[in-house]
Design a protein around this ligand. Sequence first.
Ligand SMILES: [Zn+2]
Ligand SMILES: [Zn+2]
Length: 312
Amino acid sequence: MPLRVTFLGTAGAIPTTDRNPSSVFVAREGEELLFDAGEGTQRQMMRFGTGFSVSQLFVTHCHGDHVLGIPGLLQTMAFNDREEPLAIHTPHGTRGQIKGLINALGNRPSFPVRISEVGDGDVAYRADEYEVRAFGTDHDTRSVGYALLEDDRKGRFDRERAEELGVPVGPKFSRLHEGESVELEDGTVVDPEQVVGDSRPGRSIVYTGDTRPTEATIEVADDPDLLIHDATFADDRADRAAETAHATARQAAEIANRAGADRLALLHLSSRYAGYTADHEEQAREVFAGDSDAVFVPDDGDRLEISYPGSE
Ligand SMILES: [Zn+2]
Ligand SMILES: [Zn+2]
């Protein structure tokens, strides 16, 4: 089942000619989720071909570079005669700000928009096979990060063993795989434990939005496949990172290490680095134990396919 991340906007607070403000698009088996929507997000969606069928929008905090794309995006959705509801999740105490943005020009979207507030540990969205959980972050306004956490997958079905035990090929196979015991014609009972292996972990993505390094980022997911972390500054401006409630690339890498992340995407680079990302990558690699491509600064439009743990 594909799980694909598209980095729509990778800039810090001020966009550059190459980088749009924050937005990350995630597609999972026909469902589309958007994390933050800085100004111009709708054009990035057009440029990189994501479509507009987003059902859930997760807002990390109400700074302009994370939310100013919402009014334009909703207006375009309305022009497209959208009827499907859109759910917007936003930190506690910010519903009014989101509502104000949407209705600023007296517009009312032609489709239902539901805004709900979330805090540390809340399940913002529960789907069939995964959930999106909010976690506390440390920024200079009300803020959360989000983790997409897939449920464990069923263990592997040992078809050969099932046949050896005399289970006839057919519906009893799937009942066993679903965890039910089945009775054979001779009265023998076969239990799922005899033919189904241990359950296997699902995939997970953690997105912090803007934040200083926090413990909650480490705790929200076990060994995430991808951590997308604030890396506004490099070491040269570590003091500035602390002052402005952001992180350095090195701090992001320390968090990634402690979280057991597989890969680390460094996001939200300050415009002062103007496309120069070598220091960020080098400083993060000094502390992050992973393959050489495990740490990266994505460009706008970069895509990443997340595979199941252990399947590579
Ligand atoms: Zn920001
Ligand atoms: Zn911010």
